[in-house]
Design a protein around this ligand. Structure first.
Ligand SMILES: Cc1cc2nc3c(=O)[nH]c(=O)nc-3n(C[C@H](O)[C@H](O)[C@H](O)COP(=O)(O)OP(=O)(O)OC[C@H]3O[C@@H](n4cnc5c(N)ncnc54)[C@H](O)[C@@H]3O)c2cc1C
Length: 394
């Protein structure tokens, strides 16, 4: 029987970030951390035209800076210098700029594989051990911790189990943790695009009657597209040939970056807001997408999870109680409650407002964009939410 003080189920970006946030203290306190992940991280980062990316907020940069990982991530992070928010067919547009907000960048777009590679390289094998490829098939509460059963029937006991196994977490269900689901009736189509002109660090959020789209600046003058459409329409766009797809995208996006020339692999993500009804139990924390999965158009999901991760690490390290103590875990939930409520609410409202073709809402949106551009305090507030600096100072 293997033992670890902490078992992190899921070595995705959230699970690996928690291991990094805890590893120095774990070394000092003699805690062993075990990360269990079905997909081998090895092989190193391979630049790929088709890679999926994440928009890291300026707040996330500050967190990775604190964890000592930013210099590595920054090597392939494309700064967002301006965000241009517009509505197709309407006059109003709003521009947010890093210079006006007094920050070097509003955020950074980084390939997920690169963040993962930086994280895995930074983990100290003497403190953090991997069970990989391996999958947890069962979780059983013991009086003083949890017993994990892996897919090879081996078992591991721990004082604190972290469920970071993603939005479709089967283990959350197995434990009887309820979720609230709000389907948006939309699907996000993701692809990388090459524009004719240099993107110059500009990110575009564009709202159309068929759904919102974001085009984010990526390294090597590529742009990461997140295009939200009805589920049937997204399926149709997926099947179009390259020329047909680029033509339709160009019509929806316009010519702000000149002709759109090349598109990489297209992938679909059906969109549902999922919120777990419990995030902690004695000796258990539900973290990352397993705790809350958000609509990607506002680019808040991972950024929120990273703030949760840092808050959880700090709460555990500030506590003098044994690892897994319920009162400590409840303190973490209280600490993150307003950030989670605000971020989920902000993301949900932005999505609904900007997805609607309903004339009154669309007119309100047009006024909202005008107001945002003309009223510096409103713009500053919006920028701080988008940068992940809205609810607490980092
Ligand atoms: C299209 C799209 C675009 C997005 N863009 C942004 C963005 O720009 N900015 C932003 O902030 N957020 C964005 N997000 C959200 C972001 O991707 C998620 O918040 C983030 O991936 C959550 O990470 P996670 O580690 O919690 O979950 P995941 O990335 O799903 O990782 C879960 C891990 O658990 C492992 N696992 C699953 N089951 C088991 C098991 N039984 N045992 C062991 N391991 C298991 C999986 O293999 C996986 O590695 C986007 C999401 C989507 C869908």
């Amino acid at each position: 029987m293997q033992r670890a003080e902490l078992a992190i189920i899921g070595g995705g970006l959230v699970g690996a970030s928690l291991a990094l946030a805890l590893q120095d203290a774990a070394r000092a306190r003699g805690w062993r951390i075990c990360l269990i992940e079905p997909f081998a991280p090895g092989g190193g980062y391979q630049p790929s035209y088709d890679a999926r990316s994440t928009a890291l907020s300026y707040g996330s940069r500050l967190i990775y800076q604190r964890l000592g990982l930013w210099p590595a991530i920054a090597q392939r992070a494309e700064p967002i210098l301006q965000i241009h928010v517009s509505d197709r067919g309407r006059f109003a547009a709003a521009r947010l700029s890093a210079a006006q907000e007094g920050v070097p960048a509003l955020g950074y777009v980084v390939e997920n594989a690169w963040i993962g590679d930086c994280l895995w390289r930074a983990l100290d094998a003497e403190v953090v051990s991997w069970r990989c490829p391996a999958e947890v098939s069962r979780l059983d509460a013991l009086g003083n911790g949890y017993r994990l059963t892996l897919d090879d029937d081996s078992q591991l006991d721990c004082d604190l189990a972290i469920l970071a196994d993603g939005g479709r977490s089967g283990l959350r269900e197995q434990l009887g943790i309820g979720v609230s689901r709000t389907p948006y009736g939309q699907t996000a189509l993701i692809a990388n695009i090459s524009p004719q002109q240099a993107h110059r660090g500009q990110a575009f959020e564009r709202f159309t009657e068929d759904g919102p789209m974001a085009l984010l600046p990526l390294a090597d003058n590529r742009c990461a597209l997140v295009w939200t459409r009805s589920c049937a329409d997204a399926e149709r766009l997926l099947r179009l040939d390259e020329a047909g797809f680029l033509d339709e995208l160009q019509q929806a996006f316009g010519y702000r970056l000149g002709a759109l020339r090349q598109v990489g692999a297209r992938n679909l993500y059906p969109l549902t807001l999922i919120e777990a009804e419990e995030q902690v139990r004695p000796h258990l924390v539900v973290l990352g997408n397993a705790a809350h999965s958000l609509h990607p158009i506002a680019g808040q999901g991972y950024n929120l999870s990273l703030r949760d991760t840092l808050a959880l690490a700090e709460t555990l390290l500030d506590s003098h109680a044994p690892l897994g103590d319920f009162a400590t875990l409840q303190r973490y939930v209280r600490r993150q409650h307003s950030d989670q409520q605000l971020t989920v609410g902000f993301s949900d409202r932005v999505t609904r407002l900007f997805s609607s073709g309903e004339p009154l809402l669309a007119a309100g949106r047009n006024l909202g964009l005008l107001g945002l551009d003309l009223l510096p305090p409103a713009k500053h507030w919006f920028a701080r939410q988008a940068m992940g600096l809205g609810t607490r100072s980092l």
